[in-house]
Design a protein around this ligand. Sequence first.
Ligand SMILES: *[C@@H]1O[C@H](CO)[C@@H](O)[C@H](O)[C@H]1NC(C)=O
Ligand SMILES: *[C@@H]1O[C@H](CO)[C@@H](O)[C@H](O)[C@H]1NC(C)=O
Length: 479
Amino acid sequence: MGNIITKAITGLLAFSYGLFTMFLYGYLAIRKGTFFKKRTERQDLGLQLARDRLWNLSKDYAGLSHYFLTLQSGFKFHFLSNAAPGSPSVLASDKPLVIFIHGFPDSWAIWRHIASSPSLQNSANLVAIDLPGYGGTESLEKYTATAVLETLTELIITLRTKYGIDEGTQTNKKRVIIVAHDWGCVLSMRLAAEAPSLAHRFILSNGPLMSLVQSNVRRILASASKMFKTALGAPLSSRTPLLQALRTLGPLLRQLKMSGYVFAMQLPPPLPTYFLTGGNYSLMAGIHKGSHGRGEFTPSDEGTSMASSMGPSLAESKTQTATGESYPTTIKYTHDFANVMNMAGYYRDGAAVARWRKSAETVANLHSIAGGSELRRTNSGAGLLDEGTPGALQASSTVFWGKQDIALSPQICLDGMADYLVANSQVVMLTESGHFTPIEQESRVALVKAVEWAIHGEKGDIGAVLQECYPSAKVLARR
Ligand SMILES: *[C@@H]1O[C@H](CO)[C@@H](O)[C@H](O)[C@H]1NC(C)=O
Ligand SMILES: *[C@@H]1O[C@H](CO)[C@@H](O)[C@H](O)[C@H]1NC(C)=O
């Protein structure tokens, strides 16, 4: 009974906080004047042109072409690449494979600056995917951890075959690097923890490692609760223990304040849709402007950002690639945002934290690409039985953190990270950057450098390598 009541109260609190956030954001947009602002004809034209640039299948984007891969289940993925998957020259080449995975509310196009770098295109096969429910990839019915991670894993294993990483009895013929941001980072951290054989290096930016977050939250709650108990026993005249307890809760409350939008996403439909698109996309417009950091935000940037979030429209849905492929027929192509409930689905259905129930096929596939090297991969060298910290990353990872991130508190997301890393891993603080590292001017240069470093065999210290282009980059932790 007590359990039910606690659940009901927590549910009600979460609901109220979600609703409060929605109204707060609406109020802020009204006060700023963006809520009732009509989109101009020029903006609509800019959006249309940008959608043609990003989503017209018969067009290349800066050396990248559109491709599709259909998984065994029939699920169709859209991605861009500088090399045709499965072509004899790609299978024979010894270039590493780099897979880019975006976050909320983006698509492959958040990597447009990085994946168009000539130096990367010359030395690697680059693949920038649309996650399920985003851009030109089909949607899932539910965004549970199992549904999302199984689909993503099958895609990566298929890409590894199509780009000649594993063939016949030969595995790991070339290196695989996964580069991910925001939700892509959350999911890729789960892959690095639970399916580490998928890549040789993970480069991960500005997304929480949920097992670490949960452990930090538990630690803070436990010590605050101890202090509250002490405070209760203390004489009324002494307020110090109570203040101390509140101060301990500080980082948690700050993170909760920054996470209001997560609660708004949990509201019953159609409220999340209204939250994400109401007031003529004032929230999206705010996110897009913020994503450019202190850099310039031109009308062209605005159109491109909106086109990246919205995905293909009806016009682009009728286009075809050079080999006659087209977008999945299951996507609703509209003039505006058809995909927002998919975006909210990742927050609503537990993709970040729920248990991933691997299918027997996935287990077998992961084992096969590991080529029997799982035993060597664990940090202490003590083998599979020593799992160490639960939820720790089991593959070499470079974690980037834009210090000015307004959505993620470093005390909750970074404290204790060193315990969650294996050998050859680092946490790098980008002091001048915010959340959107693939878009902001300085940080995208740093990301390109890091990918180059990974492609060319990780020569030299990553801190020194990064400081060549980002002088204040600081390695916070390493293993
Ligand atoms: C949005 O734009 C339309 C026309 O473009 C306008 O009529 C409407 O008042 C605007 N605001 C809201 C909140 O929808
Ligand atoms: C897509 O691009 C092709 C080639 O540039 C162009 O001919 C075609 O009109 C475009 N399709 C749409 C629907 O815009």
